[in-house]
Design a binder for this molecule. Structure first.
Ligand code: SF4
Length: 389
């Protein structure tokens, strides 16, 4: 039995999360490599039937989930009655209504009837893929919505009291200036969503943007340029009351996303739907990135898992360290030691103390936190820690 299983049984773990992947998008954005397909009616119906089957097959896993996240894809592409069908089939297996339930919505999909359905079911958080308010930047990203659609969608969300709102924004896009990014941030801040996530553009293989990069049509930003975007982001959001709690995430007081926090605390989560990942019962594994294979796995009871990893305490402990450091709260080595008793955390101390000496970490007894300089190198620091044990 791994430490994770023991802790789950003793209820010492962060609350369990449930992620549902809704794999439909009207068009493909240039930067995106998530599994998604065109929303034909017959496919939507097969997907909904598949989800009902998966929920019932995994009802014991779902039972004590406390936070829920519907992502995609574009969950908002589902019609109100489909959202209700998916929601009611999920809710019947949960012991309690989710304390936090987020649904991702693309601006062009936001409609009053869908919002009413979501609110009725208990959804209390909406996440909108805004990406930018600038028509030029949206075009550079291959996004199909306009800033007018963002404003209209946000108005509708605010007309229905009860939702906290997150905006996803992207920076360091080829051609985007620092001033344009500042204008995007200020436009978002002016609307006062409770939460803002900001992502540095990455070039993922098999995306339209990757092809443009290969053809020399766009250029990657240098690390120095990216650092300027990061620090501008942190300064502006902080000055306007958005506290940073993770490298990419900022919230007004009391509005950090608990589902994501629990994931970074390396608890258990259940992933339903094609391409969704789970971390439960000592395994981390991902459903096939194919609706057909996922449906077949459900029908036959033999899921062709993808990226299957048997979890050991050293994997979990290293992840808790790496993801914990990305959070502003940092990591308490003694608390991790109490949680992962089979691991000798003193083995990490030489690396951590070198990072302190380099000014990338601060240390207060057993609490280690990234400094702003360290936060810019969070990925590289994570890589240094992987493989220590
Ligand atoms: S970014 Fe979102 S809307 Fe665009 S293709 Fe990816 S999943 Fe679909």
């Amino acid at each position: 039995m791994t430490n994770l299983q023991e802790k789950a049984e003793n209820q010492e773990l962060p609350p369990k999360g449930l992620y549902c992947h809704i794999p439909f998008c009207a068009t493909s954005c240039d930067f995106c490599n998530f599994y998604q397909k065109a929303p034909q009616r017959s496919e939507l119906d097969k997907f909904l039937t598949g989800m009902e089957l998966e929920f019932s097959q995994r009802k014991q896993d779902l039972f004590d989930a406390q936070t829920v996240f519907w992502g995609g894809g574009t969950p908002g592409l589902l019609m109100a009655r489909d959202l209700e069908r998916l929601g009611s089939s999920m809710l019947q297996y949960l012991k309690h209504p989710p304390s936090e339930w987020t649904v991702e919505l693309a601006p062009s999909t936001v409609k009053a009837d869908k919002l009413q359905s979501l609110l009725r079911m208990g959804v209390n958080r909406l996440s909108m893929g805004v990406q930018s308010f600038s028509p030029t930047t949206l075009e550079r990203l291959g996004r199909q919505h306009s800033s007018q659609q963002v404003y209209k969608a946000y108005d509708l969300m605010r007309q229905q009291a009860g939702f906290a709102v997150n905006f996803d924004l992207i920076f360091a896009i080829p051609g985007q200036t620092l001033m344009e990014w500042e204008q995007d941030l200020l436009a978002a801040i002016k609307l006062r969503p409770e939460h803002i996530s900001t992502y540095c553009l990455t070039f993922e293989e098999d995306t339209a943007l990757w092809v443009k990069l290969q053809k020399g049509l766009v250029k990657r930003r240098s690390e120095d340029e990216e650092a300027k975007f990061y620090t501008l982001t942190w300064d502006i959001l902080d000055a306007h009351g958005y506290g940073q709690y993770e490298v990419s995430n900022f919230a007004l007081p009391g509005h950090a996303c608990r589902h994501n926090l629990h994931t970074w605390e390396i608890g258990e989560w259940v992933g339903c739907g094609p391409s969704a990942s789970s971390q439960i019962h000592g395994w981390r594994r991902t459903h096939p990135h194919s609706m057909q294979e996922w449906l077949q796995g459900l029908a036959t009871g033999v899921m062709p898992w993808f990226d299957e990893v048997r979890l050991t305490d050293s994997i979990l402990a290293t992840d808790a360290l790496v993801f914990g450091l990305r959070c502003n709260a940092g990591i308490h080595l003694t608390r991790l030691q109490q949680r992962f008793t089979s691991i000798d955390f003193s083995l990490f101390e030489p690396v951590l103390n070198d990072l302190v000496a380099e000014g990338l970490l601060s240390r207060n007894h057993s609490l280690y936190q990234l400094t702003p300089a360290g936060r810019l190198l969070a990925d590289a620091i994570g890589s240094e820690l992987i493989g220590v044990i």
